[in-house]
Design a protein around this ligand. Structure first.
Ligand code: GLP
Length: 234
């Protein structure tokens, strides 16, 4: 794992954007895996700026998002589809038909998980995956568990994740209790991974990078990935 320490959100955004823009320049139809949360926002702002300035072209890029809340419609202001449109896709020249997020309203969670796995395989896997990290070490919504997930999951969110994400909802009860998340397997098959984290993630990052590799700290599996860069504000 490579660690890049930065001192501000702007530096985090610039550093991550340089990696994304470089990868897209080398492969214009790159499949990028995208994440939500507050940590990726400086990257998305910088990519939008670079796209407007003609420095990166998303015309042929395909994207797959890590996760989506179960039960939220795409136009719900806390759905991850809405987040992606508002914070990135509406500001760059990506073809929305090439952007994929799990369907939060899927009637049959088992088929939705299978559909999402097949979709990622059909795209030929992920070239460059962006990750955040949850306060409990989750990646996407892969919560601490006894096993690393193999496939896209319909995951019950832990109380700590529901509490951490309650800041975005009116009440704690409004936070969905389940979510769809890409499995650890597809994340680990990504050719390159970039994980971005703010200063409040210092302790969990330390555990993920230097502690035991355990599904109780899902991000610790990244120690086994051949090309992971962590960009952290210290
Ligand atoms: C949510 C997302 C994760 C994200 C995490 C951290 O739980 N499902 O993918 O990494 O939030 O968010 P933040 O960057 O706001 O701390």
């Amino acid at each position: 794992m490579k660690l890049i320490k930065v001192s501000s959100q702007e530096e985090l955004g610039a550093s991550a954007a340089e990696i994304f823009a470089g990868a897209i320049k080398s492969k214009p139809d790159l499949v990028i895996g995208l994440a939500t949360g507050s940590s990726p926002l400086p990257l998305y702002e910088e990519l939008a700026r670079m796209n407007k300035a003609g420095a990166v072209d998303f015309a042929k890029v395909r994207s797959v998002n890590l996760d989506e809340y179960a039960g939220l419609a795409p136009d719900h202001d806390q759905s991850y589809r809405y987040f992606m449109d508002k914070n990135l896709f509406d500001h760059i020249n990506i073809d929305k038909a090439n952007t994929h997020v799990p369907d939060g309203l899927a009637k049959d969670p088992v088929s939705e998980c299978a559909r999402y796995d097949a979709l990622i395989d059909g795209l030929g896997g992920i070239g460059l995956q962006l990750l955040g990290i949850g306060p409990n070490g989750h990646v996407g919504f892969n919560e601490p568990s006894d096993v690393f997930s193999n496939h896209t999951q319909y995951e019950k969110l832990t109380d700590s994740t529901i509490a951490a994400n309650a800041r975005f909802f009116e009440t704690l009860d409004d936070v969905p209790k389940y979510a769809f998340t890409m499995g650890i397997r597809h994340i680990m098959l990504a050719k390159k991974i970039v994980l971005v984290a703010g200063p409040e993630k210092k302790d969990i990052l330390e555990k993920a990078m230097n502690g035991s590799i355990t599904p109780q700290v899902p991000a610790s599996v990244l120690q086994l990935h051949p090309d992971t860069t962590i960009i952290a504000i210290s």
